[in-house]
Design a protein around this ligand. Structure first.
Ligand code: ADP
Ligand code: CIR
Length: 374
């Protein structure tokens, strides 16, 4: 049973004190909570539990079903407006726009123009969820397996177009069900090291508190195209993470290839992505709403990381609207040679094309700072 409003308010008060940036605690309102039905209290508590369990959360909440952003709008609107716009009263509506023709020079974003001599590893991903399933925090083990089986069927359409392989880390797919794509631990580790498959979610306390890591590794896996560049994860923080990853200089190519892949996924029968009138594409985490897009490069900045940490890089990248991650993704350390993962922080109330432009522009300024730090 969900805790009482009084119990939660007591915890929220302590959290507000220790970390004012924890949006779950900041926007918890006991009167609102007390006014919810018992059933809604249960769901709402599941949404904010991660922030109450993890004091250092920045967002501190996840949606459990695609409609939660509407059902619990009095809470989510403030938390989302604050996180994305610094304004809890923000009333913007998200609009998706993939037209890249006005970006860079005639739609071309060439990283070589930034003075980079070596090709960079570039990746653009979007998070997507099907309207017909609960979001991963509320999925049962049966839902996760059913989702994998549904998607394995759908991947046949992608295989026809792009070739490739499905890798499933699911121990089984239910009694008596064939499981031809199953991989062992060694193969799983190899795919994680190659950045193809996602990390063990059970080790992520934010995801674990929200139930998103439950039943690991049932219903978890990915499809990778024959040319290795196109990847679709299933069963991570969003039901689907759809991405293109390759080495090169042309960011616009990765963007356009992702659009091609995304269109192919969306045209598969039965694939209907969850959307929200205000927030665009629905994702589990409110930080990813709208575009669900993270566009990143792995870039070497040894001068800004000479102390072996990302502290200085973060200090410079933050005001440029860029996030710094480690070479293994979120919550991982930077590379020994000073390689970091750089991506624009904005996902909501921004055009898809503007995200890759922001990566290009931000990287230019970051590389200037790297030179100045020599
Ligand atoms: P997400 O990007 O989906 O939010 P993570 O930050 O955990 O999730 O990254 C997922 C995986 O993608 C990690 O293995 C990470 O190293 C890899 N990755 C991200 N960007 C790049 C890139 N530009 N080149 C190579 N691998 C990347
Ligand atoms: C948090 O609230 O801080 C975690 N649930 C992670 C949020 C998403 N990641 C991020 O902002 N880098």
């Amino acid at each position: 049973m969900a805790p009482t409003g009084e119990e939660l308010e007591k915890q929220a008060a302590a959290l507000r004190e220790s970390n004012p940036g924890n949006r779950a605690a900041k926007y918890f309102d006991q009167a609102y909570y007390d006014g919810l039905s018992d059933e809604d209290k249960e769901t709402f508590y599941k949404c904010i539990k991660t922030g109450f369990d993890n004091a250092d959360s920045g967002m501190g909440c996840y949606a459990m079903t695609p409609t939660d952003y509407t059902t619990f709008a009095p809470f989510f609107a403030k938390a989302i407006g604050d996180y994305h716009k610094g304004d809890p009263a923000c009333a913007e509506k998200h609009e998706n726009d993939w037209d890249i023709s006005g970006v860079g020079e005639g739609g071309v974003l060439d990283l070589q123009k930034l003075g980079l001599a070596e090709e960079l590893s570039m990746r653009v991903r979007v998070g997507r969820n099907l309207a017909s399933f609960p979001l991963p925090g509320a999925m049962t083990k049966e839902d996760r397996i059913k989702f994998e089986v549904t998607m394995t069927g759908s991947f046949d359409a992608l295989k026809e177009k792009f070739g490739g392989t499905v890798y499933s880390y699911s121990p089984d797919l239910g009694e008596g069900v064939e499981h031809p794509n199953k991989i062992d631990e060694e193969k799983y580790n190899e795919l994680v090291a190659a950045h193809v498959m996602f990390k063990d979610m059970a080790a992520d306390t934010y995801l674990a508190s929200a139930g998103i890591a439950n039943d690991w590794p049932y219903g978890r896996g990915c499809w990778q195209s024959e040319d290795k560049k196109k990847i679709v994860w299933f069963g991570e923080e969003d039901q689907l993470r759809i991405m293109v990853m390759k080495k090169g200089f042309l960011l616009n190519e990765v963007f356009n290839e992702l659009k091609e892949l995304l269109d192919a996924v969306e045209s598969i029968e039965g694939v209907d992505f969850a959307k929200d009138d205000t927030y665009g594409y629905v994702t589990s985490c409110p930080t990813n709403l709208g575009t669900g897009m993270r566009a990143s490069v792995h870039v070497k900045i040894p001068n800004l990381t000479s102390d072996g940490t990302d502290a200085k890089a973060k200090e410079i990248a933050g005001p440029l609207g860029l996030s710094v991650r480690g070479t293994g993704g979120e919550h991982t350390p930077i590379g020994a040679d000073g390689t970091v993962d750089i991506s624009p922080s904005a996902r909501l109330f921004i055009k898809e094309s503007a995200i890759v432009q922001a990566l290009y522009d931000g990287l230019k300024l970051l590389l200037d700072a790297e030179k100045a730090a020599a």
